[in-house]
Design a protein around this ligand. Structure first.
Ligand SMILES: [Zn+2]
Length: 499
């Protein structure tokens, strides 16, 4: 009865600048999974104004998209990107080839949209001018940041700076008062270096929606620990302060010990998967999670702590040595042609030498194929850990860390698609993947009133797909239209080849 009433009594909707997508299969995630039904989505300006199973009477100004046989999902969210870092170029190349860098940045927002990423979270906004430049572009994803990453005095981020210059070069450092190794010069105003001061700076001055900090205990024993680790108490204070200001805390943690530390301190999102199970040499050929590790991951899953496996961080390093990687035709859509050509030159392959150098004792004398085989064993670790998390229904939150270490093998947008494939190979279900990249992400970053599902009053960031993403991961590469804040875009016009 009520259904018929509502059907007949619905008032006509008048649109100012609208889009009607009708006859479409709507896939909208929610707390418990997703709902799927045929119907229509109505957008006006930058908002979703109606989602309905029934036909609606519309007035005013709008265009119609026939969604017959197609699927509509919320725009994807990648909550771990570094927009100022160029995939494929270090700062020296950037300086030497400013035109290549310029072309890259011009294409960057379109490359994310090309693969359906309509919301990005830059977790370390170290170069606000770059992000501000992207924000001025007419076609771009929505961008949020965690402000500057919180750097603890004398931690890894300061390690390359001479001791006497560290606090000057990193003026917004955090003073870890619980660490007796650290002595503060007497002229430092300690009140400016408390968790409260730092979190306030990120939230108030940088409009950050999250804070990120780091626990890196030596890259699986491949590097000697010559820097300070944060104390448990100081991270707990960060968490308390961040929660008081309503923002989540992300922790860079890719090792068992680091994730144990993260769980004990109450952080909200692990910014990496667990690829170091201990010393790399001890675990290289171990293919089953030790009981301790398994229990920790299950606890992380049960407590619903956010978790970004970032499998492609290691997978991308491996692909640096893969001669076929640059032959992937999809790269043409995300890299400008001139940059792609440069990446194919000897100079463009600088990362091979780079990786060989920093993991010298491991890679010395090995062929590229042997290095790939070795790195695959590290990829296996993070995939096994991810599979345990998926099995226990962890709160997976989609993030890629694009482009970690400036590798060209983590291309903007495309790397998200590659990461999704790795998740699926690790045993994460298609439903879990869709939720991680939409609803879970929105929730983890307190953005659920804007994004994450197809509901009235949310921002009109949507994807129209030819295939069903709950049937095949390939659906994420069958995007036909990208809708960003109510702007209807054809995918092909976002490609680097369309310039
Ligand atoms: Zn990162």
């Amino acid at each position: 009865m009520a259904l018929i009433m509502s059907c007949q009594n619905e008032a006509p909707i008048t649109l100012g600048n609208g889009i009607l997508i009708n006859n479409v299969t709507i896939l909208t995630p929610n707390e418990n999974g997703y709902t799927s039904f045929k119907g229509s989505v109505i957008i006006d300006n930058d908002k979703i104004v109606k989602v309905s199973k029934n036909d609606q009477t519309l007035n005013g100004n709008y265009q119609t998209v026939n969604g017959k046989g197609k699927y509509i999902i919320p725009g994807l969210i990648d909550s771990h990107v570094h927009l100022a870092s160029i995939a494929g170029m270090g700062w020296k190349h950037k300086k030497k080839y400013p035109e290549l860098a310029k072309d890259y940045y011009n294409q960057l927002p379109r490359s994310y949209l090309y693969f359906g990423y309509t919301t990005l979270v830059d977790v370390n906004n170290y170069a606000p001018n770059v992000i501000n430049g992207i924000l001025r572009k007419p076609v771009r994803p929505d961008i949020y940041t965690c402000g500057d990453q919180i750097v603890v005095a004398h931690d890894l981020m300061m390690n390359d700076t001479p001791v006497e210059d560290r606090l000057i070069e990193h003026p917004h450092f955090l003073h870890d008062k619980y660490n007796d190794n650290v002595e503060m010069p007497s002229d430092i105003d300690l009140d400016k270096h408390t968790p409260k001061a730092l979190v306030s700076r990120i939230v108030d001055e940088s409009q950050g929606i999250c804070v990120k900090t780091l626990y890196e205990d030596g890259f699986g024993g491949t590097e000697e620990l010559t820097w300070e680790l944060p104390s448990k108490d100081i991270i707990k204070e960060i968490v308390t302060e961040a929660h008081a200001q309503n923002v989540p805390v992300l922790l860079h943690a890719n090792a068992y010990e680091a994730q144990k530390f993260g769980l004990e301190t109450g952080i909200d999102v692990f910014a990496h998967g667990m690829w170091h199970w201990g010393k790399l040499t001890d675990y290289l050929n171990v293919n089953e999670l030790p009981e301790t590790h398994k229990n920790l991951l299950i606890e992380i899953a049960n407590k619903k702590v956010g978790y970004q496996p970032t499998i492609r961080v290691v997978g991308g390093q491996k692909d640096v040595f893969n001669v076929n990687f640059l032959r992937n035709k999809k790269l043409q859509h995300v890299y400008p042609e001139d940059l792609l050509n440069w990446l194919n030159t000897e100079e463009g392959k600088w990362q091979e030498q780079n990786i060989r150098k920093y993991a010298k004792s491991f890679f010395d004398g090995l062929t590229n194929e042997e290095i790939m085989a070795l790195l695959q064993k590290v990829v296996d670790k993070v995939e096994i850990a991810t599979s345990t998390l998926a099995e226990h229904d962890a709160n997976l939150v989609f993030g890629t860390d694009t482009p970690a270490a400036n590798t060209h093998t983590m291309p903007p947008g495309l790397n998200g698609y590659l990461e999704m494939q790795k998740w699926q190979e690790s045993g994460v279900s298609l439903e879990q993947i869709l939720l991680a990249a939409t609803y879970n992400n929105a929730k983890a970053f307190n953005l659920e009133d804007k994004y994450g599902s197809i509901e009235e009053n949310k921002i009109a960031n949507l994807l129209l797909l030819d295939k069903n993403p709950l049937k095949t991961i390939g659906a994420y590469n069958t995007i036909e239209k990208v809708i960003i804040r109510g702007q209807l875009l054809n995918r092909e016009n976002l490609s680097a080849t369309s310039n």
